[in-house]
Write a new protein. Structure first.
Length: 642
């Protein structure tokens, strides 16, 4: 038997939301696959442009809303498919009735419906960032929300629940019955909105009791209130329990049904979260990706705000109380979440920049602000507010394909190691899918952009070489060894005084000298044309020295190794080895500086640079020796008046 609308349902109240079926079919090209954005037991969801009721008129009284102007925009169209049983038809009317009475920024807006023949269709505002579930779970789909962003999402959900649980003149109290991450949608500004009211229940206006007795339970296992499940008693506290599960999902970055929670029990996340909280293992519940970044920055910013984490986890734990009467009200939950957010936002972490700050400071990542680009992404110059003043920065915006471990590796190295020839860390941004490292540098660009600059004389070039070698000597230092593994001209930044600083540590390896680990074997192969072709899968400090040798010759010859490959069919290292004779080598030196170079200076430079390119690793000089010889070359140049 197919159910019709509930007795309280009024077609007149929703007349303004009615959309002709043929308009929906036209907008989706007759429900074509390319418009489909999701499916489930309820049916299929499509994305399309459609004329619909303008929700800004929702509060208009005393007018025929059907005659008000329509608006056009992207919408989500849910075509209900399981109409052969009671649930599909009933769910359609429940959603239509409930959402047509709800007007709140944290409740998904119903923009229209179609009820023609066998078709039952609901039209919602389009949430461009999909569901919260889509951003949690496996590494391949996770979004790296900051802790503050996670709390804000939780607050959005809580405010939506508060609205549902409160009776107003416009609507009765509503119990959702299916709060879960899949039913929390995120709009383009990452605002959370509660959706999917097919199982929801109105609390009868004339019923004084706070409980609805249900013969059959409904909801999703793993999120269901255990008291409701065992007794059939449905209360607002049932939604609070489900929300508690979502809070721990957001804290842990894993869904309630993730297999990690069912190793020792079959009840999932809620059971594990309660036990670990009691056992004081709450830190183990924190999303590792978020914890890694915060713990890394803790060495310079006194760590993640423990008060915030404690406040959040405590109220989440209270939401999971076994009995309904022990759980907090939604007002208490909101109050505690606001305290947690306040702790987090008032923490003294001057290293965290918001995406909006960097976007504004770089003129929306304009091409004019771009100073270099590569496989890692792009680097931009800009200005941001910092310590009550304006600060010039370089913001390296990693590409979407950049690995999380590369981002963390660079942060770790820049936090631990500080040297005048290594770019300084000013901060970072790790919001949503954006990974940005902010350098404290007044850069005029990377070295590769200035190789053929005729105003960059031999003396300046030697000083740049000394800076690079000194930076590498520091990295290859005594207490911890950093193998850069991606040294190239594009990873060397120059400031206004032509001082060089090594950057781009995303592929680097840091290791204590005590481990005596002299090489790294993994998939990192070094930049093409800079590392010896026989060493690309087994990079060492000496491999960095080889790359340094290539950079030295790039500086002397005024050309990139890749340009030599294009012109000569061989990289610069092989090209200079083939032209090592004195008369040949002089001819390949950058024409713009040939006349000013003192021969003894060039010969000293050439000798140490060629040693860097030795085929046998152990024959290559240390970075310290390279610095020593380059300084001699500079002395010869300075002593001889041109």
């Amino acid at each position: 038997m197919i159910l019709v609308a509930t007795p309280s349902f009024s077609w007149k109240k929703v007349e303004h939301l009615k959309i002709q079926l043929h308009h929906i079919m036209l907008s989706t090209n007759n429900f074509a696959k390319e418009y489909c954005i999701g499916s489930g037991g309820y049916g299929v969801v499509y994305k399309a442009e459609l004329d619909h009721f303008d929700k800004k008129y929702s509060s208009v009284e005393g007018e025929n809303k059907s005659e008000l102007p329509k608006t056009r925009g992207l919408v989500a169209i849910k075509r209900i498919s399981n109409l052969g049983n009671d649930q599909g038809e009933q769910g359609f009317f429940i959603e239509l009735e409930m959402l047509s009475t709800c007007q709140h920024p944290n409740i998904i807006s119903l923009l229209g419906f179609a009820h023609e023949g066998p078709e039952r269709i609901l039209v919602y505002e389009y949430a461009s960032q999909q569901s919260l579930e889509d951003h949690l779970g496996g590494t391949g789909k996770k979004t790296n929300f900051t802790w503050a962003q996670r709390i804000r999402i939780c607050l959005d959900i809580a405010h939506g629940l508060k609205y549902l649980h409160k009776e107003t003149d416009d609507k009765p109290r509503i119990i959702h019955r299916d709060i879960k991450s899949a039913n929390i949608l995120l709009d383009g500004n990452w605002n959370a909105k509660i959706a999917d009211f097919g199982l929801s229940k109105f609390h009868p206006v004339d019923q004084n009791a706070s409980t609805i007795n249900m013969a059959n339970y409904a909801g999703t296992l793993g999120y269901l209130d255990p008291e409701y499940l065992s007794t059939g008693k449905l209360k607002k506290a049932s939604d609070i329990y489900s929300f508690g599960v979502v809070l721990f999902e957001i804290l842990s970055g894993r869904l309630a049904h993730d297999s990690i929670w069912t190793v020792d029990n079959d009840k999932g996340l809620a059971c594990v979260a309660r036990k670990w909280f009691v056992d004081r293992r709450r830190k183990e519940l924190v999303d590792p990706t978020m914890r890694d970044v915060d713990e890394l920055i803790s060495t310079i910013s006194k760590g993640p705000n423990q008060y915030s984490l404690n406040t959040f986890s405590k109220v989440a734990y209270q939401c999971l109380a076994e009995t309904q009467r022990e759980r907090p009200t939604i007002d208490v939950v909101i109050e505690e979440l606001e305290i947690a957010l306040n702790f987090q936002e008032n923490r003294k972490d001057n290293f965290r920049f918001s995406f909006d700050e960097i976007k504004s400071g770089t003129n929306d990542f304009s091409d004019d602000n771009c100073i270099t680009q590569g496989a890692f992404g792009m680097a931009y110059k800009g200005e941001v507010q910092y310590d009550n003043g304006c600060k010039t920065i370089v913001a390296k915006r990693l590409s979407k394909s950049a690995r999380e471990d590369c981002f963390l590796a660079e942060l770790e190295i820049l936090v631990k190691l500080k040297n005048k020839n290594v770019v300084g860390l000013l901060g970072y941004c790790n919001e949503m899918n954006e990974k940005i490292i902010v350098y404290d540098d007044e850069s005029i660009g990377s070295l590769d952009m200035h190789l053929n600059n005729v105003s960059l004389g031999w003396t300046k070039r030697l000083k740049i070489c000394i800076d690079v070698a000194s930076g590498l000597d520091f990295l290859h230092g005594k207490e911890e060894v950093v193998i850069h593994r991606d040294l190239k001209s594009a990873s060397i930044l120059l400031n206004g005084d032509w001082e060089a600083k090594i950057s781009d540590f995303g592929l680097s390896w840091i290791d204590p000298v005590s481990k005596k680990m002299d090489h790294v074997i993994d998939e990192v192969i070094g930049a093409p044309g800079y590392y010896h072709y026989l060493e690309v899968d087994n990079l060492t400090k000496e491999s960095d020295i080889y790359a340094l040798g290539v950079v030295l010759f790039e500086i002397a010859c005024g050309r990139l190794t890749l340009e030599t490959w294009k012109d000569k069919g061989q990289y610069l290292d092989q090209f200079v080895l083939d032209n090592s004779a004195e008369e040949k080598f002089y001819e390949i030196v950058f024409k713009g500086i040939q006349q000013e170079i003192v021969p003894t200076s060039l010969n000293t430079f050439k000798k140490i640079a060629y040693e860097c390119l030795h085929d046998r690793r152990h024959k290559r000089p240390t970075a310290c020796k390279v610095v020593e010889q380059l300084k001699k070359a500079l002395e010869f140049q300075d002593e001889y008046p041109i």
